[in-house]
Design a protein around this ligand. Structure first.
Ligand SMILES: Cc1cc2nc3c(=O)[nH]c(=O)nc-3n(C[C@H](O)[C@H](O)[C@H](O)COP(=O)(O)OP(=O)(O)OC[C@H]3O[C@@H](n4cnc5c(N)ncnc54)[C@H](O)[C@@H]3O)c2cc1C
Length: 157
């Protein structure tokens, strides 16, 4: 991944050349894929975003879940995993609580710390990969490592 300037947007006339410049040192499958990019229309440029909706995620019988509540940067590939975890925990909460509002409140209380932890880990990896300068707290997270992160989600989630 490459850290671009905040105001960077690909040149509509030469986005394919800009991509080639950035991937010039790669060989193998990356070079093979790059060889199939023949013009600017072949390039889809998308900025990375992290979404963190403030509390509450639940109001009465309505809740925000998945990317709508806590979209992650892609660096530890956990966005879909978080959405699935949300669904599993929601089912458990609906089963355990006496009403839908109570279930959503219990669900949000259980899910928020977990989703925030995964976001923080993903953001720390982003900064590490792009030379963004990590904080001491992020360095502690990075000591766990991505394999460690993959282990942590097992339970509780
Ligand atoms: C290129 C890429 C690679 C990724 N790789 C990984 C990976 O390796 N591992 C991983 O865990 N995650 C990965 N993710 C992240 C993952 O795709 C998302 O975190 C996940 O899809 C979020 O699920 P969601 O159900 O919250 O939202 P979405 O999957 O975005 O689902 C929302 C749905 O709501 C629909 N919708 C929107 N507005 C309305 C409306 N008004 N009415 C009705 N329907 C509506 C949309 O069409 C969509 O189908 C990747 C994402 C991208 C873009």
């Amino acid at each position: 991944m490459f850290a671009e300037e905040e105001d960077f947007r690909p040149d509509p006339e030469r986005a394919h050349e800009q991509l080639a410049e950035r991937l010039a040192k790669f060989s193998g499958p990356v070079a093979e894929a790059l060889a199939t990019v023949n013009g600017p229309a072949d390039v889809v440029y998308s900025r990375i975003s992290q979404v963190t909706v403030e509390e509450p995620w639940d109001v009465g019988r309505v809740a925000l879940a998945g990317d709508a509540a806590h979209a992650c940067t892609p660096h530890i590939a956990q966005g879909a995993a978080m959405a699935v975890e949300d669904a599993v925990v929601l089912a458990e909460s609906l089963d355990a609580e006496p009403s839908v509002p109570a279930a959503l409140a219990a669900w949000a209380a259980r899910r928020r710390p977990r989703a925030m932890w995964v976001q923080a880990m993903s953001h720390a990896v982003l900064k590490q990969e792009t030379g963004g300068g990590t904080t001491p707290e992020e360095d502690e997270l990075l000591k766990i490592g991505i394999l460690g992160a993959a282990h942590v989600p097992a339970k509780p989630y």
